[in-house]
Design a protein around this ligand. Sequence first.
Ligand SMILES: [Zn+2]
Length: 272
Amino acid sequence: MKDSRIVEVVKKIIEQELVGLMPSSRPIPIGVSGRHLHISREDLDVIFGKDYQLTEDKPLTQPGQYAAKERVTLVGPRGVIENVRILGPVRSRTQVEISFTDARRLGLNPPIRDSGDLDGTQGITIVGPAGSVTIPEGVIIAKRHIHMTPEDAKEYNVVDGEIVRVVCGDERKLIFDEVLIRVSENYRLDFHIDFDEANAAGVKTGDLCYLLKKKGEVKVPEKREVVRRLVTEVDVREAEEKGLKIILVKGTIITPLALELGLSKGVIIDRR
Ligand SMILES: [Zn+2]
């Protein structure tokens, strides 16, 4: 890009995106999450023994959630990370949340996802005292997010699913964009980031941040990528119209015509 063109683009970003942003008057506490996993009953049976019960070590800020005493080892294609905490209680699916730095060490390339959105992600081997399990999918880098109650949402003038910015830090002050708002009666106000993000801004758990928003602006995210198990020409044409990308994962069935069309239109992301 030519210099003059870059200046134009930057000007546009500032005018459209940044002018008018106001910090919230009430701060939000920061909660930094270390690497951890949520585990299913079935997988816990395999790695710790049948009907094993997790031992609560300390409660987390979100009600009902706790850090367990139990630790496991993660084994990736290129490296190993020991002493990884399990968070309880057990969930319906095992989910491993790591940072970009961890992913490098393990030799994985996980997507940035909301909790629970695991389709098409990579798997990993989890080793415990009683055995090991290799999950076919479930490794993510958590999308940064703020938990809050409906009352908080009212006060901050945001809705569930909205994307906001957050400013935090002092000597390494940083504005985080792409921060997802998550609203539930069961949540407590907390801005969740991982250690890569916290270190970049020089902040730690308990520090405060401020939500940045323009008056009256609501940015609800649209899903830009969909995972499909069966893809036909119709799906490809539909995705093109909607501006979506279709992700092919291990086990996806796609017709030759759909594949050719999808690749030529740039609609297909092949992760098989
Ligand atoms: Zn969270």
